[in-house]
Write a protein that binds this ligand. Sequence first.
Ligand code: KIV
Ligand code: ZN
Length: 399
Amino acid sequence: MDKILIFDTTLRDGEQAPGFSMGTDQKLEFARQLERLNVDVIEAGFPAASPEDFAAVQQIAREVRGPVITGLARCVPEDIDRLWEAIKGAESPRIHTFISTSDIHLEHQFRLTREQAKERAVAMVRRAKSYCSDVEFSPMDATRTEWSYLYEVLEAVIDAGATTINIADTCGYIIPEEFGELLQGIWTRVPNADRATLSVHCHNDLGMATANALAAVRAGARQIEVCVNGIGERAGNSSLEEVVMALNVRKDYFGGYGTTINTRELAQASDLLTLFTGEAVQANKPIVGRNAFAHESGIHQDGVLKFKSTYEIMKPEEVGRGESRLVMGKHSGRHALRVELAKLGYELGTYDLGVAFAHFKDVADFQKEVFADDLHAIMRDLAEPASTPVAGPTHAHTH
Ligand code: KIV
Ligand code: ZN
């Protein structure tokens, strides 16, 4: 298998989003989970941003072994020096530095000319290189940068020693096909491109962060920057679990490119992040959401009961979840009811499935989900037909 490196920035881009900040101990524990996931690079924070972030990055660099440890630095000497101070104890340190290259950022935010931005990038990559052989450079807002200028900057920073060039779709603006073309241009228009690893960093403002990352793999990117649960600035970044499982499930399409992520740790990583930040993932979130392996409708339940792959393209165990769930509700069918009742000890033949199903539908109309104790109550009512009618909120579940 040809390897796609997974660069996790949950503790930097993810953590800087509103509501997602974590303390040093939590960051360290989360970094250990990233180690268990076997990510290739951990971006542990932005040391120049605060003394607390500096301390967290330094501790992770000293204690976490295996992945490359990096942090973020603006293209200013103080940030580069501070970052180096924080990560120099790492087994494999990397300096990651960035500057904007789009006219909209250069004119309205940084008040720099294109030439000045390029000179600064080159100077700071050189400074980074004086500390560390592994240097990543990101042109911020690259996807809204004039392509020929972007290629010029990339050539210059690779000459200055950058070993990874990371094309940032900072505002989640680009479309997958267009991104593929932009990246293909690097191979033809940046003469020294083969001396660096091509990486991408995609935001999700238009819901295309994962699709863009995958288009990038097709165009030669060999490092993808991601966050667990897809967290990050605004609408977030490419989701680690989505990118990894897409490459995994669609090996046929990606021509043998894949990651060495331990996918059985994905659910634990997602749950730990939710625990530390108090921010739940939506029920329908791919891979890790509550409904990712749940089936309520009768047709789908019937299918998965007969053969799992009818409606599941991956196994829940592969991502660290237990069995897929049959959720009993008003869309459920007889097949699932029979199976659920059998699990509770009600063997077919000892009751009338048609009658049980009619009672079940009455209850399901009153509540979103029908739980085991509701099913027991239905079966009790069937056995004692003179008792209280089954339909109605008297069966409200206790879960
Ligand atoms: O979104 C972005 O441009 C970034 C860079 C600093 C890589 O997070
Ligand atoms: Zn970002």
